[in-house]
Design a protein around this ligand. Structure first.
Ligand code: ZN
Length: 223
């Protein structure tokens, strides 16, 4: 009887260990869980406003954005500094407020005025930032955390409630893809492709805007 009890206990312990290992593996494949497990924290926002950008009010006025648009540069070979230099030279075609990578959040244009990243009518409504492409597991995770933190920071700064715009074209957190789909102004689909590719490459599973939105909520709720 005693021996039987021992066997039962051993089986139970093995089962528990197996379940723990399985859940650890599942966690390892999720970008958000990796960020939480490793206690990755966002970097500080660096404000380096360039005076050369034009200053036009949002449709509801100065300092009245209605949400945030998440972009990705689509350039696999550039650094954040390359991108900022390029944008200052070519701002007449397009510019955004802020750039994000794994170790920087650099705000280059005042978010109290509109920028030119998604065309009409989105430009008159949203704060917009670009993510630069990262090339490792840790740097991609860090960048996503920085991007989610910055999104939450802008929502708080302008007293906007988090609301994922992906489902109905109404809300405060937008991908460029969602802006193009619901509001027009361009045919861009970023950062959907980049998230999918980098997620698959480094975490064996596509990363999605809805997962990113969860990370925004986590940052928004964090005091
Ligand atoms: Zn874009």
């Amino acid at each position: 009887m005693k021996r039987q009890l021992k066997i039962v206990l051993l089986v139970m312990i093995s089962c528990v260990m197996l379940l723990m290992m399985m859940s650890f593996n599942a966690q390892a494949t999720s970008v958000n869980r990796y960020i939480i497990a490793r206690h990755l924290s966002p970097v500080k926002i660096s404000t380096q406003i360039w005076r050369g950008f034009p200053r036009y009010k949002y449709r509801h006025g100065k300092g009245k954005p209605e949400g945030v648009v998440v972009h990705e540069t689509g350039n696999p070979h550039s650094t954040i500094f390359d991108e900022i230099a390029y944008m200052k030279k070519n701002y007449r075609n397009a510019f955004v407020h802020t750039f994000v990578d794994s170790s920087h959040i650099i705000n280059i244009a005042s978010t109290n005025y509109l920028c030119w990243g998604v065309g009409y009518p989105g430009n008159a409504r949203f704060v917009q930032f670009e993510q630069v492409e990262m090339h490792s597991k840790a740097s991609f995770a860090h960048e996503v955390e920085n991007a989610a933190y910055y999104t939450a920071y802008i929502l708080r700064k302008y007293h906007l409630k988090p609301n994922d715009a992906a489902y109905d074209g109404k809300g405060t957190v937008w991908s460029h893809n969602a802006v193009a789909k619901y509001l027009g102004g361009s045919d861009h689909t970023d950062p959907v492709g980049y998230y999918k590719r980098a997620g698959r490459k480094y975490f064996h599973k596509a990363y999605t805007m809805s997962q990113f939105y969860k990370l925004v909520l986590r940052n928004y709720r964090r005091k």
